[in-house]
Ligand binder design. Sequence first.
Ligand code: UD1
Length: 368
Amino acid sequence: MVKQMRILSVIGARPQFVKASIVSLRIKEHHALEEYIVHTGQHYDANMSDIFFDELRLPKPHVNLGIGGGEQGAQTGRMLEALERTMSEAKPDIVLVYGDTNSTMAGALAAVKLHIPIAHVESGLRSFNRLMPEEINRVVTDHISDILFAPTCLAVDNLTREGIDHKKIHLVGDVMYDVAMLFSKHADMHAKVYGDLELSGKDYVLATVHRAENTEDRGRLVGILEGLQTIGAHMAVIMPLHPRTRKKLLEYGIDIKRYSKIKVIDPIGYLDMMVLEKNAKLIATDSGGMQKEAYFYKVPCITMRHETEWSELVQCHANELVGADPTRIVNGFHSALGKTESIFEAKLYGEGDAAVSLVSRLSEVQAS
Ligand code: UD1
């Protein structure tokens, strides 16, 4: 019998559970591949982790390293040490990492030092802002990876410009689009979330904020809340609150209840989020994934940052960069209401078969 190729996947943060779900499914369907899943523990609350495994039918991890919290460097360092040990024991033929989190970079660094080939899903994204921890994670990971799965043409261009050998780069589309298409039909079963939120009509704005650049700066966080509070006078604003943001509010002594027009809720699962995203009038966010999901569901988006890795969305006017300034956030809301469906027509993220292409390429790697 031919030996199966062993893929060790490193996941740890909420967006990675989403991306990995479809890839794990496709790996499972492939006779020549076996997967060993390592959860770093970066996200550990039940509604930041377990719920995604259950809803997206992501196989339970073989190992959970339990490394959540801490400063950037300390968190990454602890992950690196534990991942090196895990990889030495599991002896994978290839290590698969996703996106741009500390778990991504730690996984790639551990693998490269053990001379294990690395495949990077969602490669080539750039904000060109190296103050963002995610940008450092992306650049480092891309430059030590052997197989780079780019979701868009722009990502391919970024990698080419940085001198990465084109033979390593594979334009496959976006796995998040695959997941959205696969689970879209289940979303309506989650309509209960409307009742829970007492949303009678569907006129509401869905908002999230968690990026370090917004949460580490009290002024920016207040600016965002002021902007959303003003929007709240026109339309309901729902905000599932990330644990990082909740902690920071407490630290800054900001009582979120003062922003009476913002309906703050705990983080929610993928399917509830999908329902809320699909039916929103506007998505206001600093998340990378939600900017794309807004586009998948033809919902206008304002991004509360100064730059985005998904600049094709800004070019086609589906997304507007508004920073953390309350006036720009409110203006963004008003202009988004006038947008037409035609801006969402281009197939920017592939055909929903990115994971199939990616796994097919992985299967060509030789098992040792
Ligand atoms: C991370 C990623 C970011 C991604 C985001 C998705 C990095 C550098 N950033 O940011 O790119 O968009 O995940 O959510 O990797 N915490 C909890 N419960 C949890 C998870 C975190 O309380 O389940 C706390 C942590 O202890 C920490 C804070 O929230 O104090 C931030 O967590 P951290 O792991 O630094 O990452 P995120 O801010 O979530």
